[in-house]
Design a protein. Structure first.
Length: 256
């Protein structure tokens, strides 16, 4: 089996014989090397921690590759940030044009918020929450911003060849939105309820650590909710749920 470059598909990387990769889970930790800011000269060190052959829930073969990146500012002896992530490499996708026949592509226009989404607060103990829906345009822009060429994020027809019912929302995008909610709750002092987007610049704050796991895909055009429980001993559980109330991402954010 050959490897594709991260974020590419066989249609882009003609040397590839694998379907591509998915971002399964990972974590970030602020270390002892200070904070990162625009204009700093930073060294990135990358280590492959492990590569394990396993199977998906459907029994398909895959390889899970765990990678750790550390970012160290010039002159520092310790990294400022340590980033760990797991990539999933899967079997070859069908040829373009051979979409999965039982995969109905969803509309990209969001409808009313489903009742099951509203019931997620009681089910998961959300104290603060914020609702989102992504469009093909927002996913395309995030792909461009992060140099992610994987077609499942902006080409719904291609995504259907990999068993998806629409363009897939990026895992890192939801990670950013989870951290945004945590930051806005911290800086607003709001006791509970739906958290509005800030209308002015917010003083940046940084978590000590975040761990997360993607468990289920989200698609363009679908509503989803990011919710948080109460902070306990400096740790806050964060969860992303889809319009049917199912968990798509589970996370834990630790404060300083």
């Amino acid at each position: 089996m050959k490897w594709s470059n991260p974020g590419t598909s066989a249609a882009i990387d003609q040397s590839s014989e694998v379907k591509g990769k998915g971002w399964d889970d990972g974590g970030y930790a602020s270390a002892d090397g200070g904070l990162l800011s625009t204009g700093m000269e930073v060294r990135e060190d990358t280590r492959v921690l492990s590569a394990k052959a396993t199977k998906t829930g459907k029994g398909d073969e895959m390889v899970v590759v765990s990678v750790q990146k550390s970012f160290t500012t010039q002159g520092a002896t310790a990294p400022a940030v340590v980033d760990r992530r797991d990539w999933l490499f899967l079997q070859p996708a069908p040829e373009p044009g051979s979409a999965v026949t039982d995969c109905a592509i969803v509309s990209t226009q969001p409808g009313p918020k489903p009742q099951m989404l509203k019931e997620a607060n009681g089910k998961y103990g959300f104290v603060h929450w914020r609702d989102h829906h992504q469009t093909p345009q927002s996913l395309f822009r995030f792909s461009a911003l992060t140099f992610n060429a994987h077609r499942i994020h902006y080409d719904a027809a291609y995504a259907s060849t990999e068993g998806h019912r629409g363009a897939v929302v990026h895992g890192p995008l939801n990670l950013v939105l989870m951290l945004d909610l945590w930051r806005d709750v911290k800086t607003s002092g709001q006791d509970s309820g739906e958290v509005a987007l800030p209308t002015k610049d917010v003083e940046p704050i940084f978590p000590k650590r975040i761990e997360y796991r993607n468990t289920k895909p989200l698609y363009a055009g679908s509503w989803y909710r990011i919710g948080m429980g109460e902070e306990r001993e400096g740790k806050t559980e964060v969860r992303v749920v889809d319009e049917n109330g199912g968990t798509c991402v589970k996370g834990l954010i630790e404060s300083w």
